[in-house]
Design a protein around this ligand. Structure first.
Ligand code: ATP
Length: 593
């Protein structure tokens, strides 16, 4: 029920701006409904007129009065009513299709913009597949439902109201008779809908699991091949696929069962109406023609009476999917945005020092990761963070540019808490080179100037030279104009790393964070990356997350983290002299190098 209420609020929010189109569509649907519900009365009238004609014709005394004129007029009106119904529905569906495509377009834009404002936590906690599904299947479900279900829903409601009004207007007794089976129909429909909705929910869970599995297997394809696990992978897929097929089939059966059931109810209703209609005709004071006409009219209504319920139930799974889609997109809309002070302090230079002061931090409540970390880096210095896996090195990096905020303590630039700086200013001065470099569609030049789109080619080339990647780029047939997403230009991990270093150099950050690549690159590329990193570090304050200790021998300070606490810090020589954790780590690595 809350889902339904929230979905209502969600759709109201997006459909509000299309109120005029919706209003016109509703007016057209009302006209169409009017045509549909009034048409049977003209059919009845035509039958009455035909009966009168035949009666006049059969009697030689009145044969001269027999005329088709009235009948012809009625039939023409009857045909016009059906034409009116078809044309108004066509226009209404065009308008609603427009509303559906515009509003889902707005939802997609809103979702995308929201994702640019959201905290990094959301992306850390949700798989790529799950996030993508909100753009694809959820928005598709919403579009399909709006495109089809909206029209049918309006139509069903309008038809139901229209039929009720017309029936009571024509004959109150027969109207009650036609409605008599409604409670039974509602109980049956309610029960079938419940069964169908259980299946729809199960189906969505199953398809989610199947998609998740496919996502995982596709991304891990190389690991699967390396371990020879293809057969297991297929077995896992088959099991999930079979499960989905079963639930989907059950859902289809339940959705399919309703139509014949309601069809049967309509037939039963028609029989009841014919029986009571005939009884009324025989026992009442109506003329034969009028009685026959009334029965025909009500047979029509009896057949149409359950149509809105049938439409609604056959749309149910579509509506259910759209409600779930709205919930999943709304969940993203309700995520907190990054917190940026307004207007926030400007940041132009870091003159003195960057400090972490007694920093405590947890990703999840009650599970502290950093327990009182103190680090001071003076401008121009290079600090290396080392420590076992999971000790909190990346977490420190995450706090330095406010991917996350500290729980207690502070991160300061020249004594000012970084939470007081305007977020764009802070980010403009913190450059990050990630372990796993990301290239975007566009040319190599576009990728290098990604952080500064206005940069000219001279700056791009200078950055590429500093990053030791210029010679390679220049050797490509299209040089800096080589598209990176081209199937012809697949770059190695090292080349991508160097391009992303060039990108960072171009933005000229005051504080640089380097997450040292651990991916297997050949020794020549490794030396190039090292030289590029040395270039980019020159004259900047930098934090380097180091995995290979030989790359940080010259660091001004090495901070050793273990389980979220600093256990040692000092220069390489000082730490070796201490003969503690770092010394052991270093000696162990040297054995392998
Ligand atoms: N988004 C997150 N949500 C919850 N816990 C997280 C998240 N990111 C990291 N952690 C946890 O925080 C701890 C520190 O992780 P962190 O990535 O900082 O370690 P690290 O020293 O950089 O490790 P590595 O050398 O393997 O990269 C780990 O226990 C990890 O499980």
């Amino acid at each position: 029920m809350t889902d339904l209420k929230n979905a209502g609020r969600y759709y109201a929010h997006y459909l509000r701006r299309y109120w005029l189109g919706m209003l016109v569509a509703m007016v057209l649907i009302s006209i169409s409904t009017w045509c549909i519900v009034v048409a049977p009365t003209y059919l009845g009238r035509a039958i009455e007129e035909l009966t009168t004609y035949l009666q006049h014709w059969a009697n030689p005394a009145t044969r001269g009065q027999a005329s088709f004129a009235q009948f012809d007029r009625t039939i023409i009106i009857y045909i016009l009513l059906y034409f009116g119904d078809a044309s108004t529905i066509l226009f209404a569906s065009l308008i609603l299709a427009r509303v559906a495509s515009f509003s889902t377009g707005t939802m997609r834009v809103g979702l995308f913009r929201k994702m640019q404002r959201m905290q990094v936590q959301y992306f850390d906690q949700h798989s790529d597949g799950d996030i993508l599904a909100r753009y694809t299947s959820d928005l598709d479900n919403i579009f399909n439902a709006m495109n089809q279900a909206l029209l049918e829903l309006f139509l069903a409601i309008a038809q139901f109201v229209g039929i009720l009004l017309m029936m009571f207007n024509q004959n109150v007794q027969l109207a009650w008779v036609t409605m008599a089976s409604t409670p039974v129909a509602l109980v049956i429909a309610g029960w079938v809908i419940h069964q169908a909705s259980v299946s729809v929910n199960a189906q969505q869970d199953d398809i989610g699991r199947l998609n998740g599995y496919i996502n995982e297997q596709v991304t891990g394809q190389k690991v699967i091949i390396t371990n020879g696990l293809q057969a297991d992978s297929i077995r896992g897929f088959d099991a999930l696929n079979a499960k989905w097929r079963q639930t989907a089939l059950r859902g289809q059966i339940w959705s399919g069962v309703l139509n014949p059931l309601m069809g049967g109810m309509s037939l039963l209703n028609t029989a009841i109406v014919i029986f009571f209609g005939s009884w009324l005709a025989v026992s009442g004071s109506m003329s034969q023609g009028a009685a026959l006409a009334l029965v025909v009219v009500f047979v029509n209504y009896a057949q149409q009476y359950y149509q809105p319920l049938i439409s609604f139930t056959s749309l149910y799974s579509m509506i259910q999917l759209a409600i779930t889609g709205a919930r999943r997109i709304d969940e993203v809309r309700n995520q907190p945005d990054e917190i940026s002070p307004q207007p926030g302090l400007p940041l132009t230079q870091i003159h003195d020092a960057i400090q972490l002061n007694d920093v405590h931090f947890s990703y999840l409540p009650g599970k502290e990761i950093l327990h009182g970390v103190d680090i001071t880096v003076h401008t121009g210095e290079m600090v290396a963070l080392v420590g076992p896996t999971g000790s909190g090195k990346t977490t420190v990096m995450n706090l330095l540019n406010r991917f996350y905020d500290v729980d207690a303590g502070s991160v300061t630039f020249d004594g000012t808490d970084i939470r007081d700086f305007a977020l764009p200013a802070l980010r403009a001065h913190v450059g990050i080179v990630l372990q796993d470099p990301q290239l975007f569609s566009g040319t190599i030049a576009d990728n290098i100037r990604f952080g500064d789109p206005e940069a000219d080619m001279t700056a791009v080339i200078a950055a590429a030279k500093q990053a030791n990647i210029h010679d390679f780029i220049a050797s490509l047939p299209a040089g800096y104009d080589t598209p990176v997403s081209d199937e012809q230009s697949v770059f190695s991990a090292g080349q991508k790393q160097l391009m992303s270093i060039a990108r960072t150099i171009l933005t000229n950050p005051k504080l640089l964070i380097l997450d040292e690549a651990t991916s297997n690159v050949d020794t020549v590329t490794e030396a190039k990356i090292q030289a590029a990193m040395d270039n980019v570090i020159q004259g900047r304050t930098s934090f380097v997350i180091a995995h290979r200790l030989k790359t940080i021998l010259n660091a001004d300070k090495i901070v050793v983290l273990q389980a979220g606490k600093i256990i040692e810090q000092g220069t390489h020589d000082e730490l070796l002299a201490e003969n503690g954790f770092y010394a052991e780590l270093y000696h162990n690595q040297m054995v392998f190098e």
